[in-house]
Design a protein around this ligand. Structure first.
Ligand SMILES: *[C@@H]1O[C@H](CO)[C@@H](O)[C@H](O)[C@H]1NC(C)=O
Ligand SMILES: *[C@@H]1O[C@H](CO)[C@@H](O)[C@H](O)[C@H]1NC(C)=O
Ligand SMILES: *[C@@H]1O[C@H](CO)[C@@H](O)[C@H](O)[C@H]1NC(C)=O
Ligand SMILES: *[C@@H]1O[C@H](CO)[C@@H](O)[C@H](O)[C@H]1NC(C)=O
Ligand SMILES: *[C@@H]1O[C@H](CO)[C@@H](O)[C@H](O)[C@H]1NC(C)=O
Ligand SMILES: *[C@@H]1O[C@H](CO)[C@@H](O)[C@H](O)[C@H]1NC(C)=O
Ligand SMILES: *[C@@H]1O[C@H](CO)[C@@H](O)[C@H](O)[C@H]1NC(C)=O
Length: 394
């Protein structure tokens, strides 16, 4: 009796232990592909290949543990919805030259109904690359590798994942349609160069919600061709805030239209809500229907900032004004503290002045008194309370 019971218990226990790696239909655990703790590049590739070929929904699982991963492209199209669930901590090669010369470490592309989930962390181990970054002086600077590329994804979700210490931007979203990032948390030191959180370009219906992003550069930036973008319940800081742009630097740029940024907090960032365009180029385009609402600023240097003279490191000529038209922009219910007196700066283009800019309920203070607004080439509509534009000195 006693013996039998313990044998049953033992069998049960073994079964439980084994179930972690046992075949469940549609589940492709990388441990079954010969990946103990260690490098999972080949195991992940093989698991992805099998899962992607599956004609019913499938899941690739990276269980808890520490792993290393080389540069990898996980590509569709797949035969059915596919999920990658990462609970482990995955480390990138430290040396930026050990990533096959690719500009992204982990790339997911050409997939419909893709999910990246888990509570795992992708750690770009960027410190060595940050030291080599000379992009402030050298426009052809090299060896910049992002943690993630999400390209040509449709109907996809990225949730609960952490991205840490990328060598360059953390995530680039390109050519996507209907992709939601939720509880996608990003973390890099304030001093790490160009470690932008999420950059979106040429994509439609991208949502970034319920996330925390702290880096050394922009929290979220929207490049050309960003359409129907929603950013909600996101906390940014440290970093350079939420940006539209920069726009107008490269030929054939597409418009940025229909952005909603709602219920976000910017904490100790250099900028809050910024629209930046380059002067001195012949690029003609438009940024319109941009809606910023219910935003809390905590000690932000430039909380509300339209900058049509954006020209970092003097890489441009300010002789000709920006040709990017900015219209239909609403800043509504923006509260909190500014780290400078000029809390609202609307520096629009003398060539194509801003149109239909509304300031409504802007309650920002600097050192205990209200901020002031600087306005150039714009005549904003003031609703309820907001700082009135200062008259320029003559
Ligand atoms: C994504 O949607 C676009 C537009 O409908 C389509 O052309 C493309 O093939 C889709 N991509 C995948 C991987 O399904
Ligand atoms: C967007 O993608 C999500 C996640 O796959 C899906 O549930 C939803 O139906 C898609 N929405 C549209 C309009 O296709
Ligand atoms: C807002 O995001 C935080 C995580 O950053 C989350 O804990 C909270 O539930 C979210 N709020 C709503 C209403 O979804
Ligand atoms: C708004 O943001 C605050 C602070 O992050 C959060 O606690 C709250 O749940 C959010 N509400 C919505 C509706 O997103
Ligand atoms: C701002 O960040 C600091 C730490 O950097 C934190 O202590 C504080 O609670 C944050 N404030 C808000 C409103 O999120
Ligand atoms: C506010 O921001 C300024 C400029 O970034 C910084 O020097 C100062 O320490 C910050 N104050 C607080 C209370 O965080
Ligand atoms: C803040 O206000 C106090 C008193 O109102 C003043 O003495 C101080 O110089 C101000 N600080 C700044 C940075 O303007």
């Amino acid at each position: 009796m006693y013996n039998q019971l313990s044998i049953t218990t033992l069998a049960l226990l073994l079964l439980l232990l084994a179930s972690d790696v046992a075949a469940q239909p549609g589940v492709f655990n990388i441990r079954k592909y010969g990946a103990p703790n260690g490098d999972i590049t080949n195991a992940l590739k093989s698991a992805w290949k099998d899962a992607c070929a599956s004609t019913s929904p499938s899941k690739v699982v990276v269980p808890s543990g520490w792993y290393t991963l080389q540069q990898i492209d996980l590509e569709g199209p797949c035969n059915a919805p596919i999920e990658v669930k990462v609970n482990g901590k995955i480390l990138a090669p430290k040396n930026p030259y050990h990533l096959n010369g690719q500009d992204q470490w982990v790339r997911f592309q050409y997939i419909n109904f893709f999910t990246l989930s888990g509570r795992g962390t992708f750690d770009g181990q960027g410190e060595m690359a940050w030291k080599q970054n000379d992009c402030g002086k050298n426009t052809n600077c090299k060896s910049l590798v992002m943690n993630f590329g999400f390209a040509f994804l449709n109907n996809s979700v990225i949730k609960d994942i952490n991205s840490k210490d990328s060598k360059y931007f953390h995530a680039n979203v390109f050519g996507c349609n209907n992709v939601t990032f939720t509880n996608f948390n990003i973390n890099a030191p304030e001093t790490s160069p160009n470690t932008d959180g999420i950059h979106i370009g040429r994509s439609t219906k991208v949502k970034i919600i319920n996330s925390k992003i702290g880096t050394g550069d922009d929290c979220i930036s929207l490049g050309d061709g960003s359409r129907q973008i929603t950013v909600q319940n996101v906390t940014c800081g440290p970093g350079h805030g939420i940006s539209v742009g920069s726009l107008g630097r490269y030929p054939n740029e597409e418009p940025v239209v229909d952005l909603t940024v709602k219920n976000c907090t910017l904490n100790n960032t250099d900028n809050g809500l910024r629209i930046k365009t380059w002067p001195g180029t012949s690029v003609v385009s438009i940024a319109s229907h941009l809606h910023f609402e219910d935003i809390i600023m905590v000690n932000v240097t430039n909380p509300v900032f339209i900058d049509q003279e954006y020209c970092p490191w003097n890489q441009c000529s300010k002789k000709s004004p920006s040709k990017i038209k900015i219209r239909k922009v609403l800043f509504k219910n923006i509260r909190g503290t500014s780290a400078t007196q000029e809390g609202v700066a609307l520096v629009c283009s003398s060539g194509v002045p801003c149109e239909a800019i509304v300031l409504s309920d802007i309650d920002l203070s600097f050192n205990g008194s209200k901020v002031i607004a600087k306005c150039e080439n714009v005549n904003p509509t003031i609703r309820r309370k907001a700082p009135i534009c200062m008259r320029p000195h003559v």
